[in-house]
Design a protein around this ligand. Structure first.
Ligand code: SAH
Length: 210
C-alpha cells in the first residue's frame, strides 16, 4: 500500500530534519503534526513531503521542509511569542509557528494567496494567526513591536521598517540578496539598541517584491 500522509510526514521529520541536526523537540513535534499537504494545490499534494520547495501558484513556492524547520528553530519560538512573518504564501510556515503557540501576524502581497492561506489556517483551527494582504516592506506598525520577524521572500537589503518593528531582545531571520546573486540567510538581533547581523547559510528564495 502507498504510505499515507501521516506516515510520509513522520519519515520527512526523521530523514530530512533529524538527520540534518534539527534538535528542537517542539519544532519536530510541530512538523510531525501540521498537515503540510493541505497547504499545497490539490494536484501536487502527493509531493508535499518531498525534500524540496514546491510551487503554490503565482510564481511562488512553499519552502523546503528543512528550511522551514531551520528558520523556525532560529526564532526560538515559545508560547505567546509575537511574530511578524513577511510572505504568508501557502500559510504553512505560519501554521508551524501557530502550532508552537506563537501569535503570528503574516503579510502576503498576492491577494489570492493571502485569502487561501487565511482560509486553510482557519479551517485547521489556528486562531492565533492573522494574515493580511499588503506590502511587507511596511511591516505591521499597528501591532509592533514584534519579538521575532521571519522574512520568507528575499529583499536586496533588510527593510529598515522591519528592523524598527523588532522589539528589544528580538530576533529576525531573513534571506538577503538579489535574484542573480547568492542569497544569504541572515540572523539580525537587537540588543541594548545595537543591531547585530550574522550570515548563516547560502539560500535561494523568491524575491521580495516592491
Ligand atoms: N512562508 C511561505 C513561503 C512563501 S514564498 C510558506 O510557508 O508557504 C514567499 C511569499 O512572499 C510569496 O507568497 C510572495 O507572494 C510573498 N511576497 C513577496 N514579496 C512580498 C512583499 N513585499 N510583501 C508581502 N509578501 C511578499
Amino acid at each position: 500500500m502507498m504510505p499515507g500522509f501521516e506516515e510520509k510526514r513522520l519519515s520527512m521529520v526523521a530523514n530530512q530534519l533529524i538527520r540534518r541536526q534539527i534538535k528542537s523537540e517542539a519544532v519536530l513535534d510541530a512538523m510531525r503534526n501540521v498537515p503540510r499537504h493541505l497547504f499545497l494545490p490539490e494536484k501536487t499534494i502527493d509531493y508535499a513531503y518531498d525534500d524540496s520547495p514546491m510551487p503554490i501558484g503565482w510564481g511562488q513556492t512553499i519552502s523546503q521542509p528543512y528550511i522551514v524547520a531551520y528558520m523556525t528553530e532560529l526564532l526560538e519560538p515559545v508560547v505567546g511569542l509575537k511574530i511578524l512573518e513577511i510572505g504568508a504564501g501557502s500559510g504553512y510556515q505560519a501554521a508551524v509557528l501557530a502550532h508552537l503557540g506563537c501569535d503570528v501576524y503574516s503579510i502576503e502581497c498576492v491577494e489570492k494567496l493571502a485569502a487561501d492561506a487565511s482560509r486553510v489556517l482557519t479551517d485547521l483551527g489556528y486562531s492565533n494567526v492573522k494574515v493580511r494582504h499588503g506590502n511587507g516592506y511596511m511591516g505591521w506598525p499597528e501591532e509592533a513591536p514584534f519579538d521575532a520577524v521571519i522574512v520568507t521572500a528575499a529583499p536586496e537589503v533588510i527593510p529598515e521598517k522591519l528592523i524598527e518593528q523588532l522589539a528589544e531582545g528580538g530576533i529576525m531571520i531573513a534571506p538577503v540578496g538579489g535574484v542573480h546573486s547568492v542569497q544569504s540567510l541572515m540572523r539580525i538581533t537587537k540588543k541594548d539598541g545595537t543591531i547585530t547581523r550574522e550570515n548563516l547559510l547560502p539560500v535561494r528564495f523568491v524575491p521580495m517584491v516592491n
